[in-house]
Structures are given as C-alpha cells and as structure tokens.
Design a protein around this ligand. Structure first.
Ligand SMILES: O=C(O)C1=C[C@@H](OP(=O)(O)O)[C@@H](O)[C@H](O)C1
Ligand SMILES: C=C(OP(=O)(O)O)C(=O)O
Length: 434
C-alpha cells in the first residue's frame, strides 16, 4: 500500500492519539501472569501489541478482545503452557525481548521468531543475562539472532548493569526476576521508560526502585490489574512536530501519557522554540496524563545527546523532520541504538528525507542537519522500508513540501498507529491510501 499526501493550506483539529504501545504490551504480559482477570481499556490495536496477544494465546492464556481497545485477560498465574508451535513476535522487538524474560522462567521448551526485520535485531543483550540466570537459549549467531529457542525454569537471581540504556532489556530481566530465587538487581546507565516497574508494583511484585537501580524478588504471585492505557506520546509526537512546522496549524492532542521518562520530545521541541502548551489532567493507571496544544512555530536548531536520548529515542525520525525545516544546525549524538530498530533509522532517515531536499548527514550515532529556515521541502516518492516510524516521519515532512508526496510501503504504519491516515484527514490533510 502507498500513501498519497497533498500538503494542506492549514492543519487544525483535536485528536486522541492511540493507547501507549509500551504500556499495552506490559499490561497484557503482566495480566497473563496474574492470578485472576485483568481488564485493559485503551489497548493499542496496532500490529505489535496484537503480536503480544497472539503469543500469549499460544502460551495458553485465554484472552477476549481487543474490541475498541477493551481486552480481558484471564491470568494463568506464573506458569503458562508449552506452546505447540513457534511463537511469532512479528515486527515487535518489545514482544520478543519481554517474552524472552517470561519464557526463561517457564519449565518448558519454546521457540520465538519474528519478521525479517526482527530476525536481524540484536537479541544477545537479553539472551546473555538470561543464560547467566540459568535459562538455556539457542539462536543463530551464538544466541544473538532469532529464531531463538529456550528451555527455561530454575532461575537464579542476577545482579547486572545494563550495557545499553534499554527499557526492553531491563523489563525482560525484571520479568525473569519474578521467577528467580532471591533478589535480582538491575542498574541502568540512564533512566529509561519505567512502565514495567509501575505496573509490576501495582500487581503486587516485590519491587523497589532506588535511583537507577531496581530490585525485584522472585516467588510472589501477581494480582490482576484494571489498566486504563493513556495515549501514546510517541504517536502524538508526529502531530506535535506537524503543528510546529506547518505555518497555519493549531492542534490539540488529548489524553497523552506524560511520564517523565517519555517526554523528551516536548522538552526538545520547546527548546527549539515550539509553541507547545501542556495541560495536566491527572493520572491514568499510575501514569501522568495531559492534553497538549501545539501551534505554528519558528523553530531553531539544537544539540542533543546523553541522558535525553532514551527519553525520545522513537521520536528522533520525526524530530529530524523538525530540524530539517528549522533555522540553523541540529546535532543529534549518542543515538547509535537507532541503527538496530525496525530499520537502520540513521541511514534510512537521512536517505529518504534527503530525497525531499533535506540537508541531513548521517553520523555513526546520530545526525547533523542544516535547517532550511522554514523553506519548503520537495514532494517526492519515498519509502518506509517497512519501518512505521520512518513512514510516518516522511508523511509529516510531506505536509510542508512544495507538491504531493508518495510514501511506499505504508502498510507498516499499522504497527503502532493504525489510525494515522484517519487522523491526518481529521486535521484537514488530503491523504489517499492506494
Ligand atoms: O520497552 C519498550 O516498550 C520500548 C523501548 C525502546 O526500545 P529499547 O529498550 O530497545 O531502547 C523503544 O525504542 C521501543 O519502541 C519500546
Ligand atoms: C523500536 C520500536 O519498537 P520495537 O522495538 O518494539 O519493535 C518502535 O516502536 O519504534
């Protein structure tokens, strides 16, 4: 499928972004392990979270839904059923890495794989520490690449400092820690999204957080949850950037998750001169939420790196679009992780935005971008390369191009934001799926 987008003369309206992807995965997995019935509202019906539900069903978990974001999970307690076939995590790194932590604790044999993109993403970062805890794991390239097979059970606790700031690795090891004898201690080099910690605590896990160190003790049963998933700031980010860069824009984004481990994109767009106002609206299932008002802005370049990067890692492709039309230079460093996402996001963001006339240089760990001072990009034929965030970033660039843009391979947008084209239309964009 391809998207055909015409740049609109104005961009205005109110949107409710879809449920948070990270929280949807975690609520389903923790619900599956709980004793009793977990009810989830606002579950993201994107392909990635559907992959998590498919794998949990294959592990014997009875699940109803999703129906309009409503999911009921009949928890099996800590021990699931040996799957009869290979588990398929699709395009979802979160599904594979978090489930590896659960499978490490199960006294049975399982195999997990994914689509061609996922089969090339690094898994040694979870398989190595899980093997240290006692799981037996085999995979291509010495356990580095899926398909991965795993014989779990009998785990020992672990004391481990993450070599990369990764919420997926942290969460995988915390889930494995639920099954280990004694206390598992995980330290992270920079704070990463803490949704697992919040949900595990709510489910009654013996978990303590001290700064960047998390301790979890195994052997305690989990209680079921009632989760209302807040809107995904990583989805909202596309329209935050759209509102800032379009000369006639006024957009309200409702009910967005404002967890401080995720709000780097708001901080950076504001530092670039973005007209962004946040209206806090209390909490949703232990996560801060609010509405975000975005209006046309005169953006200027910034330098970012370090501890900020994990707080906006998935937003960097669309941030590159903002930088491409800002005034001055933007330097993004310390983001080499982008090379091992659904695609090599450094090479491909630079290549595809380059086709639209952006002046963007790929660096080993980021980008150097010369903004065009609010000038038009060029409408072009570009490709998502099967990467949802790249596809949507290009669609946002198309809103300030001098002619129509065609985005090839647009079916992948459903991985995290199935309503993306519909939301573009609500704002007044002429967008056709062909
Ligand atoms: O834990 C999560 O839900 C996620 C963590 C991040 O990945 P890493 O942990 O690999 O940085 C992020 O890029 C991904 O979209 C979702
Ligand atoms: C990297 C992403 O997801 P995952 O790692 O779960 O595939 C993403 O959604 O941008």
């Amino acid at each position: 499928m391809q998207l055909f987008i015409e740049p609109p003369s104005s961009l205005a309206g109110t949107l409710k972004p879809p449920g948070d992807k990270s929280i949807s995965h975690r609520a389903a997995i923790i619900g599956a392990l709980a004793e009793g019935t977990t009810v989830i509202e606002g579950f993201l019906e994107g392909d990635d979270c559907l992959s998590t539900l498919r794998c949990l069903r294959a592990l014997g978990v009875n699940i109803e839904g999703p129906h309009r974001g409503h999911v009921t999970i009949y928890g099996k307690g800590m021990f699931l059923k040996e799957p009869e076939d290979v588990l398929d995590a699709g395009n979802s790194g979160t599904t594979m890495r978090l489930l590896m932590g659960v499978l490490a604790g199960q006294p049975f044999y399982s195999v997990i794989t994914g689509d061609p993109s996922l089969r090339w993403r690094p898994m040694g970062r979870v398989t190595r520490p899980l093997k240290t805890m006692g799981a037996q794991i085999w995979g291509r390239n010495g356990g580095e690449l899926a398909p991965l097979s795993i014989q779990g059970g009998n785990l020992q606790s672990l004391s481990y400092t993450l070599p990369v700031a990764s919420a997926q690795v942290k969460s995988s090891l915390l889930l494995a820690g639920l099954f280990a004898r004694g206390e598992t201690i995980i330290s992270e080099p920079f704070p990463t999204r803490d949704h697992s910690e919040r949900l595990l605590k709510a489910a009654g896990a013996a978990l303590d957080v001290e700064g960047q160190t998390i301790k979890i003790s195994g052997g305690r049963p989990l209680k079921p949850l009632a989760v209302v998933v807040p809107g995904d700031i990583s989805a909202a980010a596309f329209f935050m950037v759209a509102g800032c860069i379009h000369p006639h824009a006024d957009i309200i984004l409702k009910n967005v998750n404002l967890n401080p481990t995720r709000t780097g994109i708001i901080d950076v767009l504001k530092a670039m001169g973005g007209q962004i106002t946040v209206i806090p609206r209390g909490e949703s299932s232990g996560e801060p939420v609010g509405d975000i008002h975005v209006a046309s802005s005169q953006l200027h370049g910034v330098e970012i790196g370090g501890a900020l990067i994990p707080r906006l890692i998935d937003e960097i492709p669309v941030l590159a679009v903002a930088a491409a039309v800002a005034s001055g230079e933007t330097l993004i460093r310390d983001a080499a992780e982008l090379r091992v996402k659904e695609s090599d996001r450094i090479t491909l963001v630079a290549r595809e935005l380059g086709k639209m006339g952006a002046s963007i240089q790929a660096l080993p760990d980021g980008f150097l971008i010369q903004g065009n001072r609010g000038g038009d990009l060029r409408g072009a034929i570009v490709d998502s390369h099967g990467d949802h965030r790249l596809g949507m970033a290009l669609a946002i660039a198309a809103l300030v191009a001098d002619g129509p843009t065609v985005i090839r391979g647009a079916e992948c947008l459903a991985v995290s934001y199935p309503q993306f084209s519909a939301h573009m239309s609500i704002l007044g964009v002429k967008v056709k799926e062909e």
